[in-house]
Design a protein around this ligand. Structure first.
Ligand code: ADP
Ligand code: MG
Length: 716
């Protein structure tokens, strides 16, 4: 340990010397801009500034002839003379148009904002270098709000570097002179002073050699000041790897640490509730996949280590049974189990479902959510701490302080990627003997994302649907087909089936959505009048007991149609429902559409999903709807979703703060991610605590660069 400490101090000494300096002390910053840099970009120290990477480069060596530009051109640099410029339009759509000409053609530069400021600075007849993304408007080629526009002087051409970095900035920073160029000036100041020893290598020699990475200090320099395209690519490749590698080492250390330290309860007995349930209460054969997963779980709970397992499976693949049977293992060994769901409705559904599945089995099951109040709540709390309740289903209410278990042996979390690695790690640290944890995802997630969000968990996959399921037939219809669609619903209802009609709910305009829903409800009732037809309605602003009542009517088959917002999205299980109509389907995200579709096709009958939409829709909406029509495979849909939206937008990932990579992109860089994962695993297999001398620098870096501790209790 002594040597490690020494090395660590050594490292700190170097870093502290220069990179640790508060940003306001950097030449050209000062207290005012310093504050802004902290607030706007989280740049606190000089090292953070070096970690503020360009998001693009302008190739100053390439100049496009205007004639060669088309609508499809990406960012281009052009050089031309400003012929004239003019303000056009009235008060409401005023814009500034400048006409630029080179030897090959002419193009318009257009500004909608900052017109005064810009027109004061434009010089007719002068030559400019312009950088931006071309587009076509009214048949004419233009560049709207060029990113760069520079008067050409002899000097600017001489000092022009090959690749000029472009940095992210904000309006407030730009107002204080810290636009991309301003930031570039600061970075240059740092690079001028930067020495090799300021950025010591943290990757072990063997990894550097294997991947032929350039040294760390060089990579950081090159990403800001690329000598050429090759240097820039080498820098990016190394920094991406480094970033993903560090995050994987952390995740794998969490996992290993828990394996090593967290003693797990041992569930040897399965001779009571589990057996009885399996032989007398289970109404169907388990699928091969369910059996396989139960075996994996069984091994975990016999191992003496704490289980941390992710259960993945497409909607309707039968995760609930697996979770329930795991809970029965706990109960047979004298432990309690809890099931935590993200929403009130889902918690209630689980509760009902479990009670139904258990039938007359002597397993006491209760519900605990914030809606459970007064006497009943007190009773539940008492019995939980006395240990007379075996299973409790609930929401986040379950992890509040007032909830005391007698002996909690298993926690099942039914989540939608809502917790990150750090939050989960924090979750059960409070308890001395952490219970086994089984996390179920409601939607499949792509492998690369799973590696990052759930990288600390062991993974089980249910990759087989219960027998007899027919894939849901999905159609996309426009408004003109509405009557035909209603006719189809009548046919289905005549066959004794039930129907969902779902409206979008977007928080910002809850009122509008409710209006939308109620109008839809009225039109449905007009088309499906009583007493022949009965229609339920369900939305988020109803009281819990009214929701419950309506839900029950539909579950019992007393109503034919359920008109609802997305509150029914997760987990609701009515096997007799065979049609899911989604109104304004273009407004839903892919995973939401898939979840909704998963509400039908749960029985043996052929089921249908009908996506209703306007004629007008964005390209992205079109892709989403086409994907839904094309495939029923949740994993495939998840991949498309990830590629369309990027990881930051996948539900829950932003809050959990694990997607904040600076250069890496877990969609585009999945190959590097896999390498990083593999390399990190190898390294830790060889040296679990990073005690070998070649791994000291990495260990020191990890301990000096702890990720911010997040307040996980705020996440819901
Ligand atoms: P999910 O994975 O979406 O949570 P559920 O656990 O809700 O899926 O299961 C969907 C439906 O399939 C339920 O009605 C459940 O009873 C039924 N089911 C689960 N496993 C089987 C099986 N092996 N055979 C037949 N039906 C099954
Ligand atoms: Mg479910």
């Amino acid at each position: 340990m002594g040597a490690a400490t020494f090395q660590r101090n050594n490292y700190l000494y170097f870093v502290g010397f220069f990179l640790d300096r508060p940003i306001e002390y950097l030449k050209g910053v000062g207290p005012l801009r310093g504050d802004l840099l902290k607030k706007e970009l989280h740049i606190f120290r000089v090292e953070d500034l070096l970690g503020h990477y360009p998001f693009r480069y302008i190739d100053r060596t390439k100049i496009f002839p205007i004639r060669a530009i088309s609508e499809d051109s990406q960012y281009v640099q052009i050089k031309g003379r400003l012929i004239y410029f003019d303000e056009v339009g009235n008060k409401f759509n005023k814009r500034l148009i400048a006409h630029l000409r080179d030897d090959t053609g002419q193009i318009e530069l257009v500004w909608f904002k900052g017109i005064k400021w810009i027109s004061k600075r434009l010089v007719t007849g002068a030559e400019y270098l312009v950088f931006g993304k071309p587009s076509v408007f009214n048949g004419r080629l233009n560049i709207v709000h060029p990113e760069e526009m520079e008067l050409i002087s002899q000097q600017s051409l001489e000092k022009a570097p090959g690749l000029q970095p472009v940095y992210p900035s904000t309006e407030k920073l730009k107002a204080k002179g810290l636009d991309s160029k301003g930031i570039l000036r600061l970075v240059r100041t740092v690079l001028d002073e930067l020495e090799e020893k300021d950025l010591p290598e943290i990757l072990p020699e063997s990894i550097l050699r294997k991947y032929r990475f350039i040294p760390r200090h060089e990579a950081v320099r090159f990403i800001h000041q690329p000598p050429d395209e090759k240097g820039q690519q080498q820098a990016v490749r190394r920094l991406k790897f480094e970033e993903l590698f560090i995050s994987q080492v952390r995740i794998l250390q969490v996992k290993a640490g828990r394996r090593e330290h967290a003693q797990g309860f041992i569930f040897t007995n399965i001779n009571k509730a589990f057996d009885r349930f399996y032989h007398h209460h289970l109404k169907f054969q388990l699928t091969g996949a369910q059996k396989k997963v139960l075996k994996e779980i069984r091994q975990d709970v016999l191992s003496g280590k704490q289980m941390n397992r992710l259960l993945q499976g497409d909607v309707g693949s039968g995760k609930t049974i697996v979770a329930l049977m795991t809970m029965l293992m706990a109960i047979d060994n004298g432990y309690q189990a809890c099931l935590m769901a993200p929403t009130e409705i889902l918690a209630q559904q689980h509760f009902r479902n479990i009670k139904h599945l258990l039938g007359d089995l002597e397993v006491k099951t209760e519900l605990l959510t914030s809606a459970v109040k007064g006497k009943i709540r007190r009773q539940v709390l008492e019995e939980l701490s006395a240990g007379t309740i075996h299973i409790v289903a609930g929401t986040h209410a379950l992890i509040e302080n007032e909830v005391q278990f007698n002996n909690l042996g298993l926690v099942v979390i039914d989540e939608q990627h809502r917790f990150g690695v750090a939050q989960r790690a924090a979750l059960w640290e409070k308890s001395e003997h952490p219970p086994h944890v089984l996390v179920m995802t409601a939607t499949p997630i792509p492998r690369t994302l799973a590696m990052t969000i759930y990288g600390d968990l062991d993974v089980s996959v249910i990759d087989e649907m219960p027998p007899g399921r027919k894939p849901v037939v999905t159609r996309h219809l426009f408004e003109s087909k509405r009557l035909a669609m209603f006719g189809f619903l009548k046919e289905q209802i005549a066959k004794g089936r039930q129907v969902y009609v779902v409206y979008p709910l977007i928080e910002e305009s809850e009122k509008l959505d409710l209006k939308n829903l109620m109008e839809g409800y009225e039109s449905i009732v007009r088309t499906f009048p009583p007493p022949q037809y009965r229609v339920s309605v369900l939305h988020g602003q109803m009281k819990a007991e009214d929701k419950e009542y309506e839900m029950q009517r539909f579950i019992k088959g007393e109503t034919h149609i359920m008109v609802s917002t997305t509150v029914i999205e997760v987990g609701v299980d009515v096997p007799n429902a065979t049609v899911m109509v989604i109104e304004n389907a273009e407004r839903f995200g892919l995973s939401q559409l898939h979840q909704l579709r998963g509400r039908v096709g749960r029985g043996a009958d052929q089921s249908y999903c009908i996506l209703m939409s306007d004629y007008k829709q964005s390209q992205e909406a079109k892709t989403r709807l086409e994907t839904m029509v094309k495939t029923n495979d949740g994993f495939q849909i998840a991949e498309v979703d990830l590629h369309m939206r990027g990881p930051g937008d996948i539900e829950g990932t932003r809050q959990s703060g694990i997607m904040n990579f600076k250069v890496a992109d877990i969609v585009g860089d999945s190959v590097i991610l896999k390498e990083a994962r593999h390399t990190a695993q190898e390294l830790l297999n060889d040296d679990p605590h990073l005690e070998k001398p070649e791994n000291y620098p990495l260990r020191a870096f990890l301990s000096d660069h702890q990720p911010h501790k997040k307040q996980w209790s705020k996440i819901s």
